[in-house]
Design a protein around this ligand. Structure first.
Ligand code: CAP
Ligand code: MG
Length: 430
């Protein structure tokens, strides 16, 4: 089969097909139709030449380019679901997000979105808790969560880390987490840290009468990750954090499988995602990564912030919807790129994921975030709490006051008249 044989613009995708939407920029002297055919070929059954070993069955399994928008360079490809091993995310991604990115027939290729058919959906676990399970565990029905990342990112001892966490909790944070690059270091051993921070959590819970959550980073090689999960469970923790992209999808699935026993809330950090997502024309969209993470089954996922220090704002509301709702019906304007369309997705029984907004946030950002993304968000502030002129306790108070004011519909400026910590935050960051 030639590349062009993979293009059939009359093909009507079956309900059982997996669909991908790509932005494709052909190489000089190549055309979009052939480049799209090449993508369908290399991501399904084909290669650069017509092989003599092709059978009737392999021909039947060929992916089909069924839609091309020549102006905006967007193509949709339908894949028969038999191409994919159920419950195997690494295999799915090696197919539809594999060799194709390096092909010389194209200059740029971005996997914008992916639609999972029912058969694939059924083969993954999805989140164990999801938004409402996490809320139930913490006893917080409606409010957005306020959280912090202990800063400095690394360098504190377990005792110092526990003190910072304690201060954040008694100031009003619900959540406190390790940073993405803290694991088991000479100056801060994992087990020691977990013991001391969980002890601090117990103390803070007694003092405030509120449930709190510590999210220790268990990122390591997979066998060690599972040992760390067990350690956290045995020590009385309720949550663990994993850097999903550094770990790799296979390891994330292993964690999710073990979580059938451990039942810990899985917090997914996305460190490194921008290497794939940042370029608008090449790579994999964060929307696609978020959908894979929901399917595999994390409970909380960093999605960006629409405001703050990190790149990638436009996608955030779309990702937020995609991970929270049970049915995605594409609407006009709901697109990552000019001429694109978010694909339809019925999530069936796969639970919704808690969106985590983080990266350069301070209390002043709270109203904007809640107004744009709703209440089902975890708002994390590292620098935005620990750089408060009054220190961590005051920083956490200011963050909580910002949420209180927002939920009451009072402007931060007005609320700050009777709330000194918020006033100081406005003086610093306003
Ligand atoms: C935030 C953070 C998070 C980023 C990651 C950091 O700290 O701990 O890792 O939010 O980005 O190290 O940058 P600050 P994203 O609050 O001090 O910025 O959430 O976009 O994946
Ligand atoms: Mg961090």
């Amino acid at each position: 089969m030639q590349y062009i044989d993979y293009v059939n613009l009359n093909y009507k995708p079956k309900k059982s097909d997996l669909i991908c939407e790509f932005y494709i920029e052909p190489a000089k002297k190549e055309n979009l139709k052939r480049a799209a055919g090449a993508v369908a070929s290399e991501s399904s059954v084909g290669t650069w030449t017509d092989v003599t070993t092709m059978t009737k069955q392999s021909k039947r399994l060929a992916a089909k380019v069924y839609h091309i928008d020549f102006i905006n360079k967007i193509a949709k490809i339908a894949y028969p679901n038999e191409l994919f091993e159920p419950g195997n995310m690494p295999q799915i991604l090696s197919s539809i997000a594999g060799n194709i990115f390096g092909m010389r027939i194209l200059n740029n290729l971005k996997l914008l979105d992916i639609h999972f058919p029912d058969s694939i959906l059924k083969s993954f676990r999805g989140p164990h808790f999801g938004i409402f399970g996490v809320r139930k565990k913490l006893g917080i029905i409606e409010r957005p969560f306020v959280g912090t990342i202990v800063k400095p990112k690394v360098g504190l001892s377990p005792k110092e880390q526990a003190q910072v966490a304690f201060n954040a909790w008694i100031g009003g944070c619900v959540v406190c987490k390790d940073d993405e690059n803290l694991s088991n270091m000479k100056f801060n051993r994992f087990t020691d840290r977990v013991d001391q921070v969980l002890k601090a959590k117990e103390k803070a819970e007694k003092l405030t009468g509120e449930r709190k959550m510590y999210m220790p980073n268990i990122t390591a090689e997979t066998v060690e990750v599972i040992k760390r999960m067990k350690y956290v469970k045995d020590a009385g923790g309720i949550c663990v954090m994993i850097d999903i992209l550094s770990l790799g999808w296979g390891a994330v699935q292993t964690v999710r499988n073990y979580n059938e026993d451990y039942k810990l809330i899985l917090h997914a950090h996305r460190a490194g995602h921008a290497a794939l997502t940042r370029n608008n024309k090449h790579g994999i969209s964060m929307l696609t990564i978020a959908k894979c993470a929901r399917l595999v089954g994390v409970d909380q996922l960093h999605i960006g912030t629409v405001i703050g220090k990190m790149h990638g704002k436009a996608e955030v509301p779309i990702i937020d919807q995609e991970i929270e709702e049970s049915m995605i019906v594409p609407k006009p304007g709901m697109s990552l790129i000019k001429g694109g369309h978010v694909l339809e997705q019925n999530w069936n029984n796969i639970k919704p994921v808690f969106a985590v907004c983080s990266g350069g946030l301070n209390p002043l950002h709270v109203p904007y975030l809640v107004n744009h993304l709703g209440r089902n968000i975890i708002i994390q502030m590292g620098g935005g709490i620990h750089a408060h002129p009054g220190g961590t306790i005051a920083g956490a108070k200011a963050a909580k006051q910002a949420v209180d004011a927002t939920l009451l519909g009072i402007s931060l400026k007005d609320y700050a008249r009777s709330h000194k910590e918020l006033k100081q935050a406005i003086e610093k960051w306003g």
